[in-house]
Every structure is written in structure tokens, then in C-alpha cells.
Write a protein that binds this ligand. Structure first.
Ligand SMILES: Nc1ncnc2c1ncn2[C@@H]1O[C@H](COP(=O)(O)OP(=O)(O)OP(=O)(O)O)[C@@H](O)[C@H]1O
Length: 318
């Protein structure tokens, strides 16, 4: 899988696998042989539900978890051999913030810079640049424990940029944030991409994938089930429009036979029927003619959520 462009690849994987031995001698196959090609300068996303294998893949790319088998090259090097050298060129934003709550915002950046061996004066200078970038200059002297969730995320991102990484890995960057905080964060990530940083992120939010990613892979059960740009995936796996018919939970099954044959594909959810159609308004008129009486009806454009439902038979967010 993959579409290598003329830009060099920052990540190449072939048959990449990760298994974990668990209690009782059983093996969990978290990643079951995936192929990846991520060109420099892209925002590349792993989209999938909980347990799909996204974090396990990210941890192998971050050189903190060895692969079980397969090939993996990051920035042209093998993490099993050159992990330390690769890590120096990566920025990592983990799923859970692990900031030092007792230190001030600015000190958190300083300490991280020192960890990467930057001279003291350069650490303070870089910290101030990144505070501005993260829109946290006014919070420079504040204790981390007094920051909002969105500010903490922005600080974690600022910290991951102390070593001027070429590639930034973000594991569910906006999980738990309110919509406004998510938009501020997306804006900062856009800026980084404009500056040439390759972004690799995991998410189970389809809007995040659509907003941020040039390309993405849909992951489920440790394998890749589709790859493309958000627009390509929607064009390839869904129709342009969806007619959503809402029912009192349970009553949607009675309507199923009435809509049969009207459209190419119908998905049944606990309180809804989704009818995939090139023309939602026309289909709505047809189902009304057939005597279907939903609580409400909505025509909307297809999203990545529909693609995911089509590919896996399940919703992205359980
Ligand atoms: N250290 C571990 N030991 C045993 N099993 C693990 C370990 N890490 C992950 N797994 C298992 O591997 C599978 C994939 O997990 P992973 O965390 O990679 O998925 P994910 O897509 O990132 O999910 P989430 O969105 O919940 O983070 C799951 O079944 C998980 O329970």
C-alpha cells in the first residue's frame, strides 16, 4: 500500500507486526502485517476505533517499542539499529500529557531542551519562541496544574518541538478537548505543516482526520482496511449523500423492508437507518411515498464515519 511521491519517505513499513505476550501464555496481535509509505511534509493519519492497533504502530515509529517482525525504516534508518539517532529527529506527543505539574510552563520547556542537550541560553530562547507559537506566552510563569486541558496539550506540543523535529508524532492529539480548544490546536498543527514538519497522528475523530490529514489509513483489528485522502476514501467507499432516518430505538427494523431495493446500500443502527444515495431529497420523497414514518429525517453529505461503517460494519466511536 502507499503512493510514494517524488518527496523522500520519512516512514516505510513492510509487513510490520507487533504482538504482545499476555498472562497465561496467550499472544495479542496488535499490528498484523501493515505496509506504509509516508512522504515528507504530509499530515498522515491513522483512523480507527479503540484497540485497532494505532498506538502500537505509533510506538514502533517513535522507536520506543521494538517491532515483532517486518521491515521498518524511519528517516531512512532502522529503529532497531539507530533508535537513539532517529529519536533525536522526532517529536512525540503522547496520548496522556506527562508534563511536570510542579514546574512552570516555561521551565517545562527548558528542562526538556536540556534533556536533548541544548545549551542553557538556547533552551530559554527556544522556550520563548515556542510559547509564542503555542499562544502561551502569557502563561509562561504559571504552574502547569493551573492550565486548561487545551493549554496543557499545546504545551505538550511545544515541548515536543524543542529539538526542532522533522517529524511530529501525535497520539490522539485532541481527545478530551472541547470544540474550541480542538480548533485552536488544529490551527497550530496546520502552521507546523506549513513549516515543513511531517505530522503523523492517530485519531478516532473523523472530523479531525478530514480537517488535518492529506492522507490517512483506516485501521481495524491490527490491519489497514483502506488508504487515501479523505476525499478519495469518501468517493471510493461511499455515495455523495446519506439520508438518515431516525426512529424510536428498535422501530427501525420495521421500516427496513419498506426501503428495500430503493438504494444500493442501507446500514441499520440501533435508532437509525442510513440510506446511501446519490440524491437524498429524491430518496426521502420515495421512502415517504412507501409509508415510512421516521421521527426525523436528515439529508447530509457522506463523511469518513460512513466510510468506516461501510468498511468495518461498526461505528468509529463506540
Ligand atoms: N502492552 C500491551 N500488552 C498487551 N496488549 C497490548 C499492549 N498494548 C496494546 N495491547 C493490545 O493491542 C491491541 C491494540 O492496542 P492499541 O493501543 O495499539 O490500539 P489503539 O488503536 O491505539 O487503541 P486506543 O484508541 O484505545 O489507544 C489491543 O487489543 C490492546 O489491548
Amino acid at each position: 500500500m502507499g503512493r510514494p511521491g517524488d518527496r523522500p519517505s520519512v516512514i516505510t513499513a513492510r509487513g510490520l507486526r507487533k504482538s504482545f505476550e499476555v498472562k497465561g501464555g496467550a499472544t495479542v496481535e496488535a499490528v498484523r502485517g501493515i505496509d506504509l509509505e509516508v512522504p515528507a511534509g504530509q499530515a498522515f493519519g491513522f483512523l480507527g476505533p479503540n484497540g485497532a492497533g494505532k498506538s502500537s504502530t505509533m510506538r514502533m515509529i517513535a522507536c520506543v517499542s521494538p517491532r515483532t517482525s517486518g521491515e521498518l525504516r524511519i528517516l531512512g534508518r532502522d529503529p532497531a539499529v539507530d533508535g537513539v539517532a532517529i529519536r533525536a529527529r522526532l517529536g512525540v506527543v503522547p496520548q496522556q500529557d506527562n508534563l511536570d505539574e510542579e514546574l512552570s510552563v516555561r521551565e517545562n520547556l527548558f528542562v526538556y531542551g536540556r534533556y536533548f542537550g541544548l545549551p542553557r541560553a538556547r533552551c530559554w530562547q527556544r522556550a520563548d519562541e515556542l510559547l509564542e507559537f503555542a499562544q502561551l506566552t502569557e502563561k509562561s510563569g504559571a504552574k502547569v496544574e493551573n492550565l486548561s486541558g487545551g493549554m496543557k496539550r499545546r504545551l505538550t506540543i511545544a515541548r515536543s518541538l524543542m529539538n526542532e523535529p522533522e517529524v511530529l508524532l501525535l497520539d490522539e492529539p485532541t481527545t478530551g478537548l472541547d470544540p474550541q480548544a480542538r480548533h485552536v490546536l488544529w490551527d497550530r498543527l496546520f502552521r507546523l505543516k506549513q513549516q515543513g514538519v511531517t505530522l503523523i497522528l492517530t485519531t478516532h475523530y473523523m472530523d479531525e482526520a478530514e480537517q488535518l490529514c492529506d492522507r490517512l489509513v483506516v485501521m481495524d483489528g491490527g490491519v489497514l482496511v483502506a488508504e487515501g485522502s479523505p476525499a478519495e476514501l469518501i468517493a471510493g467507499y461511499s455515495t455523495r449523500e446519506v439520508l438518515e432516518l431516525r426512529f424510536v430505538p428498535g422501530e427501525q427494523t420495521a421500516a427496513e423492508p419498506l426501503v428495500a431495493g430503493l438504494v444500493e446500500r442501507v446500514e441499520t443502527l440501533p435508532d437509525r437507518l442510513l440510506l446511501y444515495t446519490p440524491d437524498g431529497d429524491r430518496t426521502l420523497a420515495e421512502v415517504t411515498e412507501r409509508g415510512v414514518r421516521p421521527v426525523s429525517a436528515l439529508v447530509r453529505r457522506s463523511t469518513l464515519e460512513d466510510v468506516f461503517l461501510h468498511l468495518t460494519g461498526r461505528s468509529l466511536v463506540d
